[in-house]
Design a protein around this ligand. Structure first.
Ligand code: SF4
Length: 371
């Protein structure tokens, strides 16, 4: 079934309304490393990326972005997390901006969220940009979590729907919405509920922090295979934890999944998700230490002995999203520049050097299994 959402424009690309599902990815290079970022943008474009996202956290990143823009013709999207006031500086250099409703409250605390959204919408209008309202399970707006008593799915859907109303109120309709979770079942639930609520709004699909191959692709397929045949999903990203030089695999897998769904080829993994679940972020410019991907792989190898146990271990690359996005895991690790913080649910066990943390994780895992 084809999507019945409205059509929107991202540069010269049309999203929604039955247009081909656009496949996107995100650079994992440091944005200020212009050569490396341009090279990754070109590599992703060469493999068929329709849109390429870059993280921008400060004015130096914006300066680098301006230079990157000059050196590539690829359609660029900027991901603003906490520092949404950068939207104005970023706008001349991109085709689309993603803002996270769950991060708007951190800065300019004296202004209402409504005013911040109106300001972002005005910038997008002035520059002819698209927006993405990107709601994420690890950073849901606290007032929505409170209102729905911690019901994550409801909070995610209602937060997204409210932001649509705010943008509509500004007579701005050139936007998409994403509702991401690391659990494919919740991604299906959120997107089904949202698409019933707002059948007109184009959707960006993704399973966040799907992790390493092959599980990252399996988790993503489990969600996409239920949604895309229903006409839900106008653009997608397969978020995989990969070495930097293999980032293009996100595009290759995105296209393969779309093709398989079109051909009626679906996966069958009866016991998947019954044992140990490792989630890890796909890394981005914010990654604090290049050893992150290696650490995620080592965690996977080291924990094989516990693969029958129904536990979740989360490995995140930075302090921006790492602390929040490890809260629900039985054991979580988030990476800093020289240390890794280990958590048991939301409680910190401590911060450890990269070469020490695996042994301590093993002890924690042993304790959990034997308790
Ligand atoms: S957790 Fe941090 S490093 Fe990983 S993708 Fe998210 S923002 Fe980037």
């Amino acid at each position: 079934m084809k999507s019945k959402t409205r059509k929107i424009k991202v540069g010269d690309l049309t999203l929604g309304g039955g247009s081909p599902v656009a496949v996107q990815s995100m650079c994992a290079t440091h944005t200020q490393n212009i050569d490396a970022t341009v090279s990754q943008v070109e590599d992703l474009a060469k493999h068929g990326a329709d849109l390429i996202r870059i993280a921008v956290d400060n004015s130096k990143d914006v300066q680098a972005l301006a230079e990157i823009r000059k050196q590539t013709k690829a359609r660029l999207v900027v991901d603003l997390q906490e520092n949404f006031p950068l939207a104005k500086e970023v706008a001349p250099h991109v085709d689309k901006i993603r803002y996270n409703p769950g991060h708007l409250h951190h800065l300019e605390k004296g202004s209402k969220i409504e005013e911040k959204v109106a300001w972002i919408a005005a910038i997008a209008k002035d520059h002819g940009l698209a927006l993405r309202v990107g709601v994420n399970c690890g950073s849901v707006a606290p007032d929505f979590l409170e209102r729905y008593h911690g019901d994550h799915v409801k909070a995610i859907v209602e937060s997204a729907a409210w932001h649509c109303e705010l943008l509509d109120g500004q007579k701005f309709t050139n936007y998409v919405v994403s509702l991401k979770d690391s659990d494919p079942a919740k991604v299906v639930e959120c997107n089904l509920a949202f698409s019933k609520r707002r059948p007109d709004v184009p959707i960006h699909l993704g399973v966040t922090e799907a992790g390493l191959l092959p599980d990252g692709v399996i988790k993503t397929r489990l969600a996409f295979e239920k949604l895309i045949p229903l006409g839900i999903g106008d653009t997608l990203r397969v978020s995989l934890t990969l070495p930097n030089q293999e980032k293009y695999q996100e595009i290759v897998w995105g296209r393969k999944i779309l093709k398989d769904i079109e051909d009626g080829k679906f996966i069958s993994v009866p016991n998947f998700g019954k044992g140990l679940n490792i989630i890890s972020c796909p890394s981005c410019s914010r990654v604090e230490n290049s050893d992150f991907v290696k650490l995620a792989m080592e965690v996977k190898d080291m924990t094989q002995f516990a693969k029958e146990h129904k536990l979740t271990i989360a490995v995140m690359g930075c302090r921006v999203n790492g602390p929040g996005e490890t809260d629900d895991a039985d054991l979580g690790l988030w990476c800093g520049p020289s240390t890794v913080t280990l958590k048991r649910k939301s409680l910190s066990v401590g911060s450890f050097r990269y070469h020490e943390v695996l042994a301590i994780l093993k002890k924690e895992l042993d304790t959990l299994i034997s308790s």
